[in-house]
Design a binder for this molecule. Structure first.
Ligand SMILES: C[S@@+](CC[C@H](N)C(=O)[O-])C[C@H]1O[C@@H](n2cnc3c(N)ncnc32)[C@H](O)[C@@H]1O
Length: 395
């Protein structure tokens, strides 16, 4: 396959759109025939972050991403340098026309202020199964590479498959986690709407157990594969990620052992007894789903016997709507409305406090931390101790 056509009813995350000048490496087709790509996201060391002064904001866009492409791309880069030399920059004889005048060859114009967006030219590396096979063991070099997260994802999906892409909100939340190691160290954490699993993977480098949840066997298989690809990152702390189904529109957690990504009774009990943090990145883009998410948050937090802190990242996406004949952000407005409702709730069971956090913490991952990227904190405090429940709790 040489060219992929993106249809008008699909969405593409800026994280993938802005990967500059690299080939997109298509590793396989997933079970539903979607092309799966692989990206490596670099985690900056202290020194690299210091070099970049105030985080990545000082970096040029073209320097922002880790995935520098294949050997073939590097050769292409060398080839391009050779071509540049021929253009007269490398001590090569100047070109003269027949009258002896200097013949200046102009380089194609390039707007340096803009990120170069090239058409996607996928290269199929190999066809593989959706679970990591024995012959696909993560190689030793990669195992030793502790500074990059390798994520398989699709691109330009229809709305119902947005979880198969990585979104900027996942990186914002991951940055926050990495900037607060003491807070999350050894904790039990639940992620809602985890998508490719990148934030859970980052969390697992600090936490004890991360329940990484979403819906759909297809998506959860991709997520599980990503967890396997990055297991070596969790080894130093012994953290673990469990990929499980948790649907905000369902009442119960699935404990049917015949179902993939179902929960064991022990996991349900552990999650309800020990979760100290719930995290969710870029999960509010459809009002009905946002209502489901907030119902789930309420039910979970009010079943906990301990204080739980919820972190939600959101990107305020402005749209022109015919309804308002103006630019608005309805999904964001609905999110804010749900937050207010939660804070005002007086059910005698638990109290919720909502605050917006500053997003000036260090940047460990390379992405554009735009002004419209926000992080919210909700703290739920139980007002009474209630006995632990043993049946499957509502999702
Ligand atoms: C925009 S994606 C964000 C994915 C990931 N957190 C990230 O930021 O890269 C929204 C996620 O919400 C999940 N989601 C949508 N409806 C859901 C539901 N009813 N229950 C659980 N998760 C849901 C999607 O599957 C998707 O993974």
């Amino acid at each position: 396959m040489d060219q992929i056509t993106f249809h008008h009813d699909t969405v593409l995350s800026d994280v993938h759109l802005l990967l500059p000048n690299t080939r997109h490496l298509m590793t396989r087709l997933n079970n539903v025939g979607q092309p799966v790509f692989i990206s490596k996201f670099k985690i900056l060391s202290d020194a690299e972050r210091r070099d970049n002064c105030d985080g990545v904001r000082g970096l040029k866009e073209t320097e922002k991403y880790e995935d520098k492409g294949t050997e073939e791309d590097k050769c292409l880069g060398d080839k391009q340098r050779e071509d540049t030399d021929k253009d007269g920059e490398g001590g090569v004889e100047p070109l003269l026309d027949e009258d002896g005048d200097l013949d200046v060859t102009h380089r194609p114009k390039r707007d340096l202020g803009e990120i170069s967006r090239e058409s996607v030219c996928p290269v199929i590396l190999h066809q593989s199964e959706s679970v990591l096979g024995d012959d696909e063991e993560v190689d030793e070099d990669e195992k030793n590479s502790k500074d990059a997260i390798k994520i398989e994802h699709t691109m330009a999906t229809p709305l119902e498959d947005v979880g198969k892409q990585v979104w900027r909100g996942a990186f914002l939340l991951a940055d926050f986690i990495l900037s607060e190691p003491d807070t999350f160290s050894g904790a039990t954490v639940l992620e809602l709407g985890a998508g490719t699993g990148v934030t859970s993977i980052v969390m697992s480098t600090l936490a004890k157990t991360v329940y990484c949840t979403d819906v759909g066997v297809d998506l959860l298989s991709m997520c599980e594969r990503n967890v396997s690809l990055n297991r070596h990152l969790m080894e130093p702390t012994g953290g673990d990620v469990k990929v499980r189904q948790l649907d905000w529109l369902q009442h119960d957690l699935c404990t049917d052992a015949d179902e993939e990504f179902s929960w064991t009774e022990e996991e349900v009990a552990d999650m309800f007894d020990n979760t100290r943090f719930i995290i969710a990145a870029d999960v509010c883009y459809d009002d009905e789903l946002t209502d489901g998410l907030f119902r789930t948050l309420y039910k979970l937090c009010s079943s906990f016997n301990r204080t739980c802190t919820v972190y939600i990242s959101i990107e305020k996406r402005m749209n022109f709507t015919l309804r308002h004949l103006d630019v608005s952000c309805e999904a964001y407005d609905h999110f804010r409305h749900c937050l207010s409702q939660l804070q005002d709730l007086q059910d005698g069971c638990c109290s919720f406090t909502v605050t917006q956090l500053q997003t000036d913490f260090s940047q460990f991952l390379l992405y554009e931390r735009i002004e419209h990227l926000e992080l919210w904190k909700v703290t739920s405090v139980p007002l009474h101790h209630h006995p632990p429940q043993t049946e499957s709790k509502p999702g």
